[in-house]
Design a protein around this ligand. Structure first.
Ligand code: ZN
Length: 206
């Protein structure tokens, strides 16, 4: 476990994957985006390597300035969220997530049914941070820990953008789409979604 960034007089630990206000300043998306030649989907006017993932999905750009401004405990930073998912990093401290013979450790609000097959945008945690998050995270009123042997990359979270008059784009409500969705060329991703498979409940959070 690494020491997470702290914030405020109480030194509240701020998750590694949380977005800070300096990172959330809205970039002018509409002016940055255009339609690909032939009308085949969205593109950045000055598209760079890294703007798309390996599935060809376009990602929202976000400034990177962890520790600047105020943390938003409800928002995840797109780059750190994706990195933590793909590299199995703890979403709280950014160190390696806990892994045992039963898989990687995930912390979640108690699901209505079994966690098997659940889709999530929340990266795994290490064991010390699971306890920390269970105590401090306001969203986790009834936390459970789950081991997952096979966290499977499923798709992306974000929104659709459709060309509108005046060179603008009309956006949909945010939601999930699976990789391979035929409408993906019109989707701007902000988080990676994984499917939790081969899950078992972890005994304790301590
Ligand atoms: Zn940790």
């Amino acid at each position: 476990m690494r020491a997470p960034l702290a914030w405020g007089p109480g030194g509240l630990p701020v998750p590694y994957a949380a977005a800070w206000s300096a990172e959330k300043r809205a970039l002018p998306v509409a002016r940055a985006l255009t339609v690909r030649p032939g009308g085949a989907g969205l593109a950045y006017r000055d598209e760079r390597p890294g703007d798309r993932d390996r599935h060809g999905v376009l990602w929202a750009r976000m400034a990177e300035a962890p520790g600047e401004g105020r943390p938003d405990f409800r928002a995840l930073h797109s780059v750190r969220q994706r990195e933590a998912m793909l590299r199995r990093l703890c979403q709280v401290c950014g160190g390696p997530a806990e892994r045992t013979s039963r898989g990687w450790l995930f912390l979640m609000q108690r699901p209505e049914g079994e966690p098997e097959g659940m889709l999530t945008t929340k990266p795994p945690v290490c064991r010390p941070c699971a306890g920390l998050a269970a105590r401090h995270c306001p969203r986790l009123t009834d936390p459970v820990a789950v081991h997952c042997r096979k966290p499977r990359v499923w798709g992306v979270f974000g929104g659709f953008l459709a060309p509108a008059p005046g060179g603008r784009f009309a956006s949909s409500e945010d939601g999930h789409i699976p990789y391979g969705d035929p409408a993906a060329p019109w989707f701007l991703a902000s988080q990676l979604v994984i499917e939790l498979t081969r899950c078992t409940r972890a005994a304790t959070l301590a």
